[in-house]
Ligand binder design. Structure first.
Ligand code: SF4
Length: 94
């Protein structure tokens, strides 16, 4: 993801990332291009979870973050939204 962090958010985790010094273009492949190389860098990155949560919290629409593509992150956001809706319905029913 090349870590283009918004300055007002906690991004201390980036200092421990596997992608420090790696060409940011690797994490923003052209549409349809392979994401395999970027995901290889992410594999085993000790801040993978922080990176993914940062991207989810900030609605990052492009690039590989936390080892996941835009499509994979969209799936997580949808799943979490469904879980929140289900929890809200359960809370209302009690
Ligand atoms: S998970 Fe990937 S993109 Fe995120 S900090 Fe680690 S190496 Fe970089």
């Amino acid at each position: 993801m090349g870590i283009i962090a918004k300055p007002d958010l906690d991004t201390d985790w980036k200092d421990s990332s596997n992608c420090l010094g790696v060409d940011p273009d690797l994490f923003f492949p052209e549409r349809g291009a392979s994401t395999r190389e970027a995901k290889e860098v992410c594999r085993g990155c000790i801040v993978q979870e922080d990176c993914l949560e940062y991207a989810l919290a900030n609605g990052e629409k492009f690039g590989i973050w936390g080892g996941m593509s835009e499509r994979e992150r969209r799936r997580i956001r949808r799943q979490r939204a469904l879980e929140r809706q289900a929890a809200a319905r359960t809370a209302e029913a009690v």
